[in-house]
Structures are given as structure tokens and as C-alpha cells.
Ligand binder design. Structure first.
Ligand SMILES: C[S@@+](CC[C@H](N)C(=O)[O-])C[C@H]1O[C@@H](n2cnc3c(N)ncnc32)[C@H](O)[C@@H]1O
Length: 380
């Protein structure tokens, strides 16, 4: 059912575009006046037992602090709300993640229920002062840990892995058609087998491996017992795995997995030996040389996934160097996307800029500054 407001908005913007020959963009109201946005220092990644948010604004007023936790993909729910707290100028909001205690300027302001239901959470802060209101949403996450089981794909790392992987699956099937190969394709880190299923439907012969027992179980239900195996490509001797008997492969598929290895290019070298001359490589990975890490440092989205052990080593520059060293001829290489899941509106700026301005997208692409890399290569 089309949304009448969305249709009216589209028509209005199109009319402005035609009348002014400019590209109109709608930004949230907060973009119109920085005085309405609280000035804070707030880490995205919370390393210790306490989150400290420094509120820099001078002046007196009443502060309300609301703790938000995720509710589905792009929504949140109120987890706890403070009573109005007297605010007398710059102060620290401290949130003890073990006890739930919230303190502002050293004063106890109550306890939020802990442990939190998810790794991600936000604070919505509002200061009211004689009719004037200033606010800010801050975004945070707790470092993850543990094995890659079902929780990793539904809440621990991905919110909804199956939905989030659809676009990449479509992209890779299209690339496989554009850059054909002979024989069988092998996917390293095939997770629950969605791409293997899509490739099979599109007429390609594809098998996969993953080190998650849980994911291999789901993938086997999807594409068959004899097409997916539990292999740790970092630790297992590849000549002793089911891959050895099926090599050489016509294509090597590695999507969002290179950055997981402690020695990404050592693994690329080993799995690359499974592919014969003329074979293809279809690869997506993170770019440690991109705008996100440059701007946010330790708060870059690339550090959210605790299994990203090699994320610092993989960049557009290092990948190009190693592909050449390992006898891969690059057919297509590009970086894209401002990758950032932080709810803070100052982070949203960059995402919105990426979505709305083709010049910004071009700028990042031309300088290899996008946060994610897509690459197709052929073995020499
Ligand atoms: C971020 S997920 C990406 C899944 C899928 N390739 C995609 O793009 O949707 C990374 C996958 O690689 C797998 N993986 C990580 N390290 C691995 C290793 N050493 N050997 C095999 N699989 C690994 C994980 O279990 C996980 O399924």
C-alpha cells in the first residue's frame, strides 16, 4: 500500500528540483541549528565497566536521561528513564554497566535494569531550561565475545543475518554472470548457505565451508549434506579437508570474511592455491583505509564484530598489493558506503550525505575511501 505522505514528499521534492535546477535533500530538523544539539563526548565502543558521557554545555536546567535498547532492525524501546535531574553546567553522566547505577555530576540518579538485553544501546538526553530544549542521542555498544553460534547471526553481530545478506547475494550472482568461470565455485565462510542456494538456482555449481558448526548445520539443510563442510581455513590443513579432492576450483568466493582472519593475506594465499589459472575471485571486505576508521578511530564500525581479528590489516591499498603478489589480476575494484550503525545524529550526518549526494559517493570511490571493498579478480 503506497504511503500518501511519502508520495506527496517525493512529488514536492521533484517539483523543487525542476523549479530550481538544484538537488533538494530533506534533513532531520536537528540539522537546522547546532544550538539545539547538546555538546557531548561519548564513546561508541564501551571498553570498561562504566560508560562516561561528558556533557559540555554550560547553563542551568533540568536533565532527563532515557536509556534506549534496540527493538527490531531500525527501532528502539525505552529501557529506563530518569526523573528530572537538576543540571548546573558541564557534568559527567556515568552509567555503571554492572550495577545499573546512573550518576550525573557524582549524584545518584537511580538504577537502570542490567544486564542490558542487547550489545547496542543509546542514551537520549534532554536539558530543559526556561522553555528552551537541547537534546542529543548517543550510541554505544559493548564489545562482544564467544563462539559463532545462532546468536552471532541474530542479535550478537547481525540483527537479522538472512535479511542483511540479501543485497550481497544478489550482487555476487550478478558478478558471477558478468565474470563467468568454468567448474565449481567454493565459498569460504558461507554461513547459512543463502548464497550457495542462490548460485545453485542461477545454474552455478557451488560448495562452501564455514567454521561455525551451527551455520554449517543450517546451510546443509538448505543445499544438501554433500555441499557444505565445517572447516576452519585458518587452522585446518586444507589438503586434509573435503576441499582437496574437489580442487582446482573455478571460483573462490570470500564475502565479509577476509577481515576475520588473524593473518588475512596468509589465508588468502593458502585458499588461493585451490583455484586454477583463469579462475575467479569474488571478494567483499572492510577497508581500514576508509573514511570511517579515519574519522572515528577505535569507534569505527569495523571493530563492532569481535571476530574481526584482521580488520586493521585489510585496506584497499594492502589488498591491491597482496592480490598482485598472489598472481590475481584485478578485473573490478571499488570501495563504497559509509558503514556506521551508531544512533548518534552526528554519525547519521555522514550516512545521509552518502545516500543523498552523488558527488560525495564519487569522491569516496575515486580515492578508495569507502568503508567496504568489492573486488573481482582472475588468477594469472
Ligand atoms: C561476517 S560472516 C559473513 C557470512 C557470509 N559470507 C556473508 O557475506 O553473508 C563471516 C563468516 O565467516 C565464517 N568464518 C570466520 N572465520 C572463519 C574461518 N577461520 N574458517 C571458516 N569460516 C570462518 C563465520 O563463521 C561467518 O559465517
Amino acid at each position: 500500500m503506497p504511503n500518501p505522505r511519502a508520495i506527496a514528499k517525493r512529488m514536492l521534492l521533484r517539483t523543487v528540483e525542476v523549479l530550481t535546477s538544484r538537488h533538494p535533500v530533506l534533513l532531520p530538523q536537528i540539522a537546522s541549528d547546532e544550538a539545539s544539539t547538546l555538546d557531548v563526548t561519548a564513546p561508541y565502543r564501551v571498553e570498561g565497566p562504566t560508560l562516561d558521557i561528558q556533557i559540555h554545555n554550560p547553563g542551568r536546567g533540568e536533565l532527563t536521561a532515557t536509556l534506549l535498547t534496540p527493538n527490531g532492525t531500525n527501532a528502539s524501546r525505552v529501557h529506563w528513564r530518569s526523573k528530572p535531574i537538576p543540571f548546573n553546567g558541564p557534568a559527567m553522566l556515568g552509567f555503571d554497566l554492572t550495577s545499573g547505577q546512573v550518576r550525573v555530576g557524582g549524584q545518584d540518579c537511580g538504577h537502570a535494569p542490567v544486564p542490558l538485553p542487547a550489545r547496542r544501546f543509546s542514551w537520549a538526553l534532554t536539558i530543559r531550561d526556561s522553555g528552551r530544549e537541547r537534546s542529543r542521542v548517543t550510541g554505544h555498544y559493548l564489545p562482544g565475545n564467544g563462539a559463532v553460534g545462532d546468536d552471532y547471526y541474530a542479535g550478537g553481530n547481525y540483527v537479522d543475518y538472512e535479511a542483511e545478506s540479501l543485497t550481497t547475494r544478489e550482487l555476487v550472482v550478478a558478478l558471477a554472470r558478468q565474470y563467468p568461470f568454468r567448474g565449481v565455485a567454493v565459498e569460504i565462510g558461507c554461513a547459512t548457505g543463502g548464497l550457495l542456494e542462490d548460485l545453485g538456482r542461477a545454474g552455478f555449481d557451488a560448495i562452501g565451508v564455514d567454521y561455525s558448526a551451527w551455520a554449517v548445520g543450517r546451510a546443509r539443510e538448505r543445499v544438501g549434506q554433500d555441499r557444505v563442510w565445517q572447516v576452519d581455513v585458518e587452522k585446518d590443513e586444507l589438503t586434509e579437508t573435503p576441499l582437496a579432492a574437489r580442487a582446482p576450483f573455478g571460483a573462490l568466493i570470500m564475502l565479509s570474511v577476509l577481515e576475520h582472519f588473524a593473518d588475512p593475506f596468509g589465508v588468502l594465499e593458502r585458499v588461493g592455491r585451490l583455484v586454477g589459472p583463469g579462475g575467479r575471485l569474488f571478494l567483499t571486505t572492510t577497508n581500514a583505509g576508509g573514511v570511517g576508521r579515519w574519522l572515528f578511530g577505535r569507534d569505527w564500525e569495523g571493530y563492532f564484530d569481535w571476530t574481526h581479528r584482521g580488520v586493521d590489516a585489510v585496506s584497499a591499498e594492502s589488498l591491491k598489493t597482496h592480490l598482485d603478489r598472489l598472481s590475481w589480476k584485478i578485473e573490478q575494484f571499488g570501495t563504497s558506503l559509509v558503514w556506521d550503525g551508531n544512533a548518534d545524529p552526528t554519525h547519521a550526518t555522514l550516512r545521509e550525505w552518502w545516500v543523498s549526494d552523488a558527488r560525495f559517493r564519487r569522491l569516496l570511490a575515486e580515492r578508495d575511501l569507502g568503508d567496504l571493498i568489492t573486488c573481482v579478480a582472475t588468477k594469472r
